[in-house]
Write a new protein. Structure first.
Length: 260
């Protein structure tokens, strides 16, 4: 209570997860700035007091130079918010900035030079999501393993069927691969030259592992795994969202190749 709630608005409808692709403009005017443009899928925006927004203050749309960060009141005149819930039931919103007036003090850091800070923030965010994904996969593996030991068919626990044992082993392998990549990404965070490459690689592996573990967990639980009353459903939805946050796996594979 009493704490300032913030949301981060980086993505744009036509940018496809490239956060240097910024069309929202911030024009200098009357000792401040005027924001015009759109942001999409801003998590937690409906509950935020202030929103940190990336905007272009100079340069062309897809240039890394010329991007600045601004702190915008969530109730500022000219800011329109379309609220909705995501697959994993989080609050999000698409934002439209219709000549939103800001003061000079609303600029965060130096003008035109925000992208390195944005990239560092995204890399740390990916490392945190990697750790969260590993935790979710651990729960799914543990829950599914317990279920196979207790659910009976033909008078025996279904975990005694060899084909299901093989699938459970595949789930554990995927989990351990994801865990190793999460450790690697975290260890590289302090190394600026290796950080982005490491998080991109982790995102690719963990996104693939998360979907595999989630889908297997649901299938091994049968119809019950699809029900909202059961936690397997919720953890799988969260893993699907983590796989799409900051871009799909193929996008990060492309980034990984660019950084090699």
């Amino acid at each position: 209570e009493g704490k300032l709630k913030l949301a981060l608005a980086l993505a744009e409808p036509k940018a496809r997860f490239d956060f240097d692709d910024v069309a929202l403009t911030a024009e200098a005017a009357s000792g401040g700035y005027v924001l015009s443009g759109e942001k999409c899928v801003v998590f937690d925006a409906p509950a935020a007091d202030r929103i940190v927004v990336s905007a272009r203050t100079s340069g062309k749309q897809r240039q890394k130079a010329g991007i600045s960060l601004f702190l915008v009141d969530a109730k500022a005149p000219g800011l329109e918010m379309r609220r909705y819930r995501t697959l994993d039931h989080r609050q999000a919103a698409d934002l439209s900035f219709n000549r939103v007036q800001l003061g000079a003090a609303d600029l965060i850091g130096p003008a035109d030079k925000a992208f390195p800070l944005i990239q560092e923030t995204l890399d740390h965010g990916l490392a945190a999501l990697a750790a969260e994904a590993v935790g979710a996969m651990q729960v799914l593996c543990d829950t599914t393993n317990d279920y196979l030991k207790t659910r009976k068919q033909f008078g025996v626990a279904i975990g005694s069927f060899q084909v299901l044992q093989h699938r459970m082993v595949d789930m554990w392998i995927a989990l351990e691969q994801a865990r190793s990549m999460a450790y690697m990404a975290t260890l590289k965070l302090a190394r600026t030259k290796e950080r982005t490459k490491a998080t991109a690689a982790a995102k690719t592996t963990i996104g693939r592992s998360g979907r595999f573990v989630g889908y297997q967990a649901i299938q091994l639980h049968g119809g019950m795994g699809m029900s909202d009353e059961y936690k397997v459903n919720h953890y799988t939805k969260r893993l699907m969202m983590i796989d799409t946050l900051f871009g799909p796996a193929d996008h990060h594979r492309a980034r990984f190749a660019d950084l090699s």
